[in-house]
Design a protein around this ligand. Structure first.
Ligand SMILES: [Zn+2]
Length: 474
């Protein structure tokens, strides 16, 4: 491994003076790529339960907060999540960075330093929105007067200016830290702003990443505002393509699926987050049948506590069998593994650079201990990684040719110190939750809207059907 790249692959290579790792009882797998998470939620495990996204968002993302946490808190919080990902085999993350009321260079610097210090590869996707949260929902005009405590969004030109500074300071164009553009979602941004973030991404050769159609209420919003879906809107605006990825995409029409396939846009499937928030289930079998590239993301720790790509890959391979479709089309472990390696390299902006163990690719590797129970006996390495509870058997993680985690220890940072420091910040995060009264008023409006959305007939249904009365009474 020279210069962070794999030079050769084979049974007996001349190490040429470089340090050797004993591969006895070790299985090498390409490092996993978490294609969607939010380090901003790293202090939120266990905070909420059984809240649908729209209500959860009001509290979890602190819509009413006007002051961000300190850079020290942001650094520590980011390092904690990176540690959690690395110890379960993730070597690259797409971190959709959002911070209420909006991100600043101070926030970005703290996040980038944390990933740099632990030695993890990352695409920091700058999360922007130029519409207030309240205006992103299908509420009547009377709702606007309900809440005065929501922090105003940043100005569009200020956000693009920040993106310019971020690229100049941190973007390595395929190296360890990259910058990407991430307008929050079509309903959170004006069409003009969506276009300008995309234009900026194209000009600077960056990835473009957005949430789309996560919930039925968002599908309803698109129908009411546009008379078509947000995928169709983005397609008409020429925002989709291989450089673009859409996160969640649960409430897709048949036409939406065709568009994703035709344009080569990556769909980022966040199954466990969708289950946790009751969003419904993305139509993965149809997406795969149409040849859409699918990558997996955990989403933030506030709605998928573990940030564990193996757990996610396993559930992804299993859950779509509930539709009762022919078994020949069921997702295989090897497909699921592709979704967390080679497929996910594309939205991370590192196609042909990460996700495979091949000469010329980055030396980002996970070594599993095959003398452990999950790998004994070793019948099928891929299936046993995906199905066999392998997360706890990560022996060594190598990123860019450097050992970053080995025998339960992070080699680049003081892990126990980060955990200790985080405990001090957790309470600060919980208490800095903006304006509780404003959040409560916002929640009332959101609950009313949700009731309406759930009753709407959109001609698509991404909930797994309830048992019918006749079936249950038999
Ligand atoms: Zn997200």
């Amino acid at each position: 491994m020279g210069g962070g790249l794999i030079e050769d692959v084979g049974p007996s290579l001349d190490a040429d003076g470089t340090p050797e790792i004993d591969g006895k009882n070790r299985l090498a797998v390409p490092g996993f790529v978490n294609a969607h998470m939010h380090s901003g939620e790293n202090l939120n495990p266990g905070l909420f339960e059984n809240l649908p996204l729209d209500i959860w968002f009001v509290h979890s993302h602190q819509v009413t907060r006007h002051v961000p946490p300190t850079p020290e808190a942001i650094y520590t919080r980011t390092a904690l999540g990176a540690m959690q990902m690395m110890r379960t085999g993730t070597t690259t993350a797409i971190d959709f960075l959002y911070e209420a009321p909006y991100i600043s260079m101070e926030t970005l610097d703290a996040v980038a330093r944390a990933y740099r210090d632990i030695g993890m590869r990352v695409t920091i996707s700058l999360g922007f929105a130029d519409r207030p949260y309240l205006e992103s929902l299908p509420l009547g005009p009377e709702a606007a007067s309900l809440v005065s405590s929501e922090a105003p969004p940043a100005r569009a030109d200020a956000m693009l200016e920040l993106a310019g500074e971020a690229v100049g300071k941190w973007h390595s164009a395929g190296g360890m830290i990259d910058i990407g553009m991430a307008p929050s979602a079509p309903q959170r941004c004006t069409p003009e702003f969506l276009s300008s973030t995309h234009g900026f991404a194209m000009e600077h050769h960056l990835t473009w990443h957005t949430h789309a159609l996560e919930t039925k209420s968002q599908a309803l919003t698109a129908q009411r505002w546009l008379g078509r879906s947000f995928i169709e809107q983005m397609h008409d605006m020429r925002l989709l393509g291989e450089h673009s990825s859409v996160v969640h995409a649960v409430w897709l029409s048949d036409r939406d699926i065709e568009i994703l396939a035709e344009t080569g846009t990556t769909m980022i499937h966040c199954l466990l987050s969708n289950l946790r928030l009751g969003d419904g289930i993305a139509p993965l079998p149809e997406l795969l049948r149409h040849g859409v590239r699918v990558a997996l993301g955990t989403d933030g720790r506030g709605c998928d506590e573990t940030l564990d790509m193996i757990e996610l890959a396993k559930m992804t391979a299993l859950i779509h069998k509930v539709h009762g479709e022919p078994h020949e089309g069921w997702v295989r472990a090897s497909q699921s593994l592709d979704m967390i390696t080679a497929n996910a390299a594309v939205p991370a902006g590192r196609k042909d650079h990460i996700g495979k163990i091949q000469p010329g690719y980055a030396a980002d590797l996970v070594l599993f201990d095959t003398s452990s129970i999950p790998f004994t006996p070793l019948n099928d390495p891929v299936r046993q990684v995906v199905y066999g509870s392998a997360s706890g058997e990560v022996a060594t993680v190598i990123i860019d040719g450097k050992i970053t985690y080995d025998a339960g220890r992070f080699t680049q940072i003081d892990g126990p110190e980060i955990i200790k420091a985080t405990a001090g910040y957790a309470s600060e995060e919980a208490s800095a939750s903006g304006d509780p009264q404003g959040a409560a008023a916002l929640e009332v409006a959101v609950r009313k809207m949700l009731g309406e959305a759930e009753g709407a007939n959109l001609g698509i249904d991404s909930y797994i059907g309830r048992r019918s009365d006749s079936a249950s009474s038999d």
